[in-house]
Design a protein around this ligand. Structure first.
Ligand code: PLP
Length: 397
C-alpha cells in the first residue's frame, strides 16, 4: 500500500502501556476487576478540584454559548493567555506577556509543537533516561534524532558528565521532565544549575542556540517541600510545556500550554515558529471551554494527600518485602528494580499474580518496572498479599 509507512508502523505497534491496559480490561472480564491489580496507566485517580466544576457551571450560565464554544484565536484566547502569563509572573518572578503563551492540547501537543518549531532535519535532541517513551515519537516526527543521556545510577538524578559528553554541534534541544515519569524523581536545584551551566558553555563553544524544553505535567505533584526549579529562571533559551492533565485531573480534556521565556534574544521568532508548527500540526485553537475553565483554576489543587497515602503504603510495604524501590518525591509512579534477569521477565512473573506493572526498558534504562499508583487506596491494599507472595518467590527476604 502506498501510504506513509512510518505512520503505518507507528499506528500498528501499540505502546506497551496500552497493551497492558487492554489486557487488563480483558482479564477483568474473566476474573472480575477487583482481582486484577492494574498499575499500568498514569490516569489520575483523584477528582478534579471543586473549582473546576464551579468554573464550568459559571461559564455555562454566564457566557454566550456561541462564543464559549466557538473558535478562539489560533494561539488561544487572549484573556486566557493573559491570566496564564500573569500567573507565571507572580509565581516565578518573570515578565511574560500573553504573546509568550500558546494554548495547546496537553503536554503531548506542547512537546510536538515545540520540537517541530526548533528542530531542523538531522538535529539532535537529548533526553534524560529514564524518559517518557513518546519523546522518541515526537522528536522523530520533527525529523530529529533522539540522544539518550544516562542517569546517575545511585539516585537517578542527571549524570552531568554523561550529559556533557552527549552534546555535539548537532544538539538543538534538551528535554527535562521533573518530577519524572517513570522514576518519580525530582531533579535537585544543583543538578539543574549544572545542566544549565553546561548548556551555556556549549552554546558558546558551538556558537549556536540549544533550547531547553521543560516537560511539566507533574510540576504540582510533589510530596513534602522539595522545590521544583522553574527552568526559565536558570536558562534563557527555555520553553515550558505545561499540562493540566495531572495537576487538575483533566487528562481527557486535552488542555495545556507552551510558555516561551521572554528573556530569549529571539523569543518573538520562537513564538512565531511555535504558532507555525501548531498550525502545521493542526493544533490550533485548543478546546475553547477548557481554556476558559483552566484560566479560572490556576491556583486550584487536586488532593495530593490521596497520592501521598498511596505512595507511602506501596513504597513502605514493597520495601519491607525486599523490593528495591526508588522513593518517589513527585508524580505518581514507583520505580522498582527488577529482581529477575530482565524487567520483562519480572513483568511476566507479576502478571501470574494478577499484578500489572510496566517494564521500562523502552524508557531508556534496563532492569526496572514502573508501578503507577494513581489508583484507589483499596487496590494497593488488596494487592499487597500478592506482592508479598511475589517477593517470596524471588526469595527477597
Ligand atoms: N509528558 C509526560 C512525562 C507524561 O507522563 C505525559 C502523560 O502521561 C505527557 C507528557 C503527556 O501529557 P498530556 O496528557 O498532557 O498530553
Amino acid at each position: 500500500m502506498d501510504i506513509n509507512q512510518k505512520a503505518l508502523a507507528l499506528g500498528s505497534k501499540r505502546s506497551i502501556i496500552r497493551e497492558i491496559f487492554e489486557y487488563s480490561k480483558v482479564r477483568a472480564g474473566e476474573i472480575g476487576a477487583e482481582n486484577v491489580f492494574d498499575f499500568s496507566l498514569g490516569n489520575p485517580s483523584v477528582e478534579p478540584p471543586k473549582e473546576v466544576e464551579e468554573a464550568i457551571i459559571e461559564l455555562l450560565k454566564t457566557q454566550n454559548s456561541i462564543s464559549l464554544h466557538g473558535y478562539t484565536s489560533a494561539q488561544g484566547d487572549l484573556s486566557v493567555r493573559d491570566a496564564i502569563s500573569s500567573d507565571i509572573n507572580k509565581k516565578f518572578g518573570l515578565n511574560l506577556s500573553p504573546d509568550n503563551v500558546y494554548m495547546t492540547c496537553g503536554a503531548a501537543a506542547s512537546l510536538s509543537i515545540s520540537l517541530k518549531a526548533v528542530i531542523n532535519k538531522g538535529d539532535e535532541c537529548i533526553v534524560f533516561a529514564p524518559f517518557f517513551t513518546e519523546y522518541r515519537v515526537f522528536v522523530e516526527n520533527a525529523e530529529g534524532t533522539l540522544v539518550i543521556s544516562k542517569p546517575n545510577t545511585k539516585n537517578l538524578q542527571i549524570d552531568t558528565n554523561d550529559f556533557e559528553s552527549k552534546i555535539t554541534e548537532k544538539t538543538k534541544a534538551v528535554i527535562i521532565n521533573s518530577p519524572n515519569n517513570p522514576s518519580g524523581v525530582v531533579y535537585s536545584k544543583e543538578n539543574i544549575k549544572k545542566v544549565c551551566e553546561i548548556l551555556e558553555k556549549k552554546q558558546i563553544q558551538y556558537g549556536k542556540e540549544i533550547y531547553l524544553i521543560a516537560d511539566e505535567p507533574y510540576r504540582e505533584l510533589v510530596y513534602g517541600d522539595k522545590e521544583v526549579p522553574y527552568l526559565m529562571n536558570y536558562y534563557k533559551n527555555s520553553i515550558v510545556c505545561y499540562s493540566f492533565s495531572k495537576s487538575l485531573s483533566l487528562p481527557g480534556e486535552r488542555i495545556g500550554y507552551i510558555a516561551v521565556n521572554p528573556q530569549m534574544t529571539d523569543a518573538k521568532s520562537i513564538y512565531l515558529a511555535i504558532c507555525g508548527a501548531g498550525r502545521a500540526l493542526g493544533y490550533v485553537c485548543a478546546p475553547s471551554l477548557f481554556q476558559k475553565v483552566v484560566a479560572k483554576c490556576l491556583n486550584a489543587k487536586v488532593n495530593l494527600d490521596a497520592y501521598k497515602k498511596n505512595r507511602d503504603l506501596l513504597y513502605d510495604n514493597l520495601s519491607a518485602y525486599g523490593f528495591d524501590c526508588v522513593k518517589p518525591e513527585g508524580a505518581f509512579y514507583l520505580f522498582v528494580k527488577s529482581p529477575d534477569v530482565s524487567a520483562f521477565a519480572f513483568y511476566e512473573k507479576a502478571k501470574e499474580h494478577e499484578i500489572l506493572v510496566v517494564p521500562c526498558d523502552d524508557f531508556g534504562v534496563e532492569g526496572y518496572v514502573r508501578i503507577a499508583y494513581c489508583v484507589s487506596f483499596d487496590r494497593i491494599k488488596n494487592s499487597l498479599p500478592s506482592f508479598e507472595k511475589l517477593a517470596k518467590e524471588y526469595k527477597l527476604k
